[in-house]
Write a protein that binds this ligand. Structure first.
Ligand SMILES: Nc1ncnc2c1ncn2[C@@H]1O[C@H](COP(=O)(O)OP(=O)(O)OP(=O)(O)O)[C@@H](O)[C@H]1O
Ligand SMILES: [Mg+2]
Length: 199
């Protein structure tokens, strides 16, 4: 695969289950080293960085909404959203909650700040994951089926919120979706099959 993604581009990835969408996202985000080839971000070869540098790079530059959220079960919604900020400011013992509260409000969860993941619906957990992905104001946002667990009206509204947030801040957005209506909102749409771009 040879793929170039522009700064501030909003790219949507489609394709059947097992096509390799999540694998591609992991590889682009520095979470899964490719067996061959390389990933360059701003001219920097991502997998040439040391493990520590990669971790810092991901924490500061990349937001990621995982297909299965990966929220920490013992933390509340608010604490989950604050966590990347806490890691970024390592050495400090507290972070300002207000940015996290704002993000949770924007995804419609103001009344769920102190609930743990097990006390939230799938769609609510998904929205916490979206808020968490944005807390460190990343330059690049990866989202793996971020509305997959939402009804079409909530999903559509949330995608609009997400598009608005990335557009005003000129972020690069790479989204996996099965919803062709949502995919048409982006600047470019690619379809994957068997690990290759076919359209
Ligand atoms: N860690 C792994 N080791 C071996 N094979 C894997 C691993 N992770 C995924 N695969 C395989 O790679 C292929 C692509 O998986 P991937 O998760 O990227 O698909 P996907 O397009 O995201 O599918 P879905 O729409 O179901 O989420 C699948 O055949 C999957 O079984
Ligand atoms: Mg997937």
């Amino acid at each position: 695969m040879d793929l170039e993604i522009g700064r501030s581009e909003r790219l949507f990835l489609c394709g059947a289950s097992g096509a390799g969408k999540s694998t591609l996202l992991y590889t682009l985000a520095g979470l899964e080293r490719p067996d061959s080839g390389s990933v360059e971000i701003n001219g920097q070869s991502l997998y040439s960085l040391s493990a520590k540098q990669q971790t810092k790079f991901r924490n500061e530059k990349i937001g990621y909404v995982f297909q299965n959220y990966f929220l920490l079960p013992d933390l509340t919604a608010l604490e989950n959203v604050c966590l990347p900020a806490l890691i970024k400011g390592s050495g400090r013992f507290s972070v300002d909650n207000s940015a996290a509260e704002d993000l949770l409000e924007q995804v419609g969860l103001s009344d769920r700040l102190n609930h743990r993941p097990s006390e939230l619906s799938g769609g609510e957990q998904q929205r916490v994951a979206i808020a968490r992905s944005l807390i460190n104001d990343p330059q690049i946002l990866f989202a793996d089926e971020p509305t997959g667990n939402l009804d079409s009206s909530t999903g559509g509204e949330l995608m609009e919120t997400l598009m608005h947030l990335v557009t005003i801040k000129e972020k690069t957005l790479i989204v996996v979706t099965h919803d062709s209506k949502l995919a048409s909102l982006g600047d470019r749409q690619l379809t994957l099959a068997d690990g290759r771009i076919i359209a």
